[in-house]
Design a protein around this ligand. Structure first.
Ligand code: ADP
Ligand code: ZN
Length: 437
């Protein structure tokens, strides 16, 4: 079910024309209104009129997270502050957060792409949407909120946390759509199980999960435990928040709303554009944003784009599930490791719980990767011999996937911290070591 059939099913050729018009307009706007862009475009020898085709995008300079930090807080805004009706900020785990702004039109655009996202998941006016993403400077809560209201669904803006109350509301209000991070969905499923709540009073049908990487295997776990269809939704505050791309009910990659967000994949080392199908860093140009437009923003997210049509009829370019972020990638003895690879190997075996942690340490000159894996009470209480055998199986599977030796430690239920927002999958003790050098 489409939200905006004209845009979502537009013939690709026609969409390319629209993208070019919007790109030309964007370059003109940032050149005239944002000193940073005027400077970097001049340095690159580019004038607004030089953009003649979509291929010219490759000549434009990248924008990076560092550019955002350097211009903190409002330096990249393209409209006066009085036209900015909202600001949000990323979590900013290291130092100052990155601040983004919206005009009234931007908030409308955001609601539109979130209405599309929720429609991709089959949400309709008679749905009850429980939003357990955090509200506040984080874009998750309010992003989903505006989209769900636009559709006319009944919004329950409960925000994150207080899991028992979430379950109570879910039962009493007849929630049909749950929006939260996949790791919180798992936690909710766990608490639901333990509480012995009456399942027949739960009407959940679909979950719109995002804000962190999660594998297809984890999706299946959540689907089984919560009895929902798990839909992957993607976005980042710099680009708009959630609403950049979404899976449809065919579960065949995420539709990237490329009438608003123009994507490219580049080789993160060389910055060179890569053709459809190849894996690399996702780069996005915001074609319509007014307050905080970005040219070729390097998301640091790793994925692939593909252009084949989807059975649902939407013609947007699709991206595969995000594999991880370049800054979450661990380099262990020279080999690149993403937590998602461990997750899929682990869940493939089917005997471990979907709770794991990668602990990296250094012994002498060598990096060591230890993987903590939770097993159920029953398995943990099993004979030592059987537990050891399971540990070995998991170790072999993960080593086969990663191509490096690892240690596996099976731990008791609840050893690994549960997450309300974005899960923490890695503890890198080498950082401490490096700092002490
Ligand atoms: P930050 O995490 O930097 O504080 P955001 O809250 O805007 O800022 O998070 C955006 C990031 O979250 C994305 O760049 C991506 O790494 C991750 N993310 C969001 N949605 C998904 C998703 N569906 N799958 C994987 N990663 C996601
Ligand atoms: Zn589709």
């Amino acid at each position: 079910m489409y939200w905006n059939k004209e845009m979502e099913c537009m013939p690709p050729e026609q969409r390319r024309k629209l993208q070019l018009e919007r790109l030309q307009n964007l370059v003109r706007r940032v050149y005239e209104n944002v000193p940073h862009y005027q400077r970097v475009l001049r340095e690159a020898g580019i004038r607004p009129g030089d953009v003649q085709s979509l291929d010219d995008l490759a000549h434009l300079p990248f924008t990076t997270k560092d550019d955002l930090r350097r211009t903190y807080p409002f330096g990249l805004f393209a409209t006066p502050l009085q036209n900015t009706v909202r600001v949000h900020a990323s979590s900013g785990t290291t130092g100052k957060p990155t601040v983004v702004g919206y005009t009234r039109q931007d908030v409308d655009t955001w609601s539109e792409v979130m209405a599309r996202t929720l429609s991709c998941a089959g949400t309709k006016q008679d749905d009850v949407v429980q939003i357990a993403y955090g509200y506040g400077l984080f874009t998750g809560g309010l992003g989903v909120h505006y989209g769900a209201e636009k559709i006319g669904a009944t919004v329950v803006p409960v925000s994150v946390g207080n899991t028992k109350r979430q379950i109570m509301l879910m039962q009493d209000f007849g929630t049909t759509v749950l929006a939260c991070t996949p790791s919180y969905a798992l936690h909710l499923a766990e608490v639901l199980e333990e509480s012995g709540a009456d399942r027949s009073r739960i009407r959940l049908r679909v979950g719109v999960f995002g804000a962190e990487p999660w594998t297809q295997q984890l999706g299946r776990e959540i689907e089984n435990k919560l009895n929902v269809v798990a839909i992957d939704i993607f976005g980042l505050s710099e680009i708009i928040g959630p609403g950049v791309a979404s899976e449809c009910l065919y579960n065949a990659g995420l539709h990237l709303f490329d009438d608003h967000f123009l994507p490219e994949i580049i080789d993160p080392e060389t910055g060179r554009q890569l053709p459809p199908g190849e894996e690399g860093e996702l780069v996005i140009t915001t074609l319509t944003k007014e307050a905080f437009p970005l040219i070729r923003y390097r998301t640091r997210d790793i994925t692939r784009l593909f252009v084949e049509p989807c059975p649902c009829g939407r013609t947007h370019v699709r991206m595969s599930k995000i594999m991880g972020r370049t800054d979450d990638m661990l380099i262990i003895r020279g080999v690149n490791v993403f937590p998602s690879q461990v997750e899929s190997a682990l869940l493939e075996i089917g005997q471990a719980e979907p709770h794991y942690l990668l602990v990296v340490d250094r012994s002498g000159p060598l990096d060591q990767l230890e993987i903590w894996v939770e097993v159920s009470e029953k398995v943990f209480a099993d004979e030592v011999r059987r537990l050891e055998a399971l540990g070995k199986t998991i170790q072999r599977e993960i080593e086969g996937t990663l191509g490096i030796g690892v240690k596996v430690k099976l731990v008791e239920p609840k050893t690994i911290e549960r997450s309300q927002g974005k899960a923490k999958r890695v503890v890198d003790k080498r950082d401490v070591y490096n700092k002490n050098q």
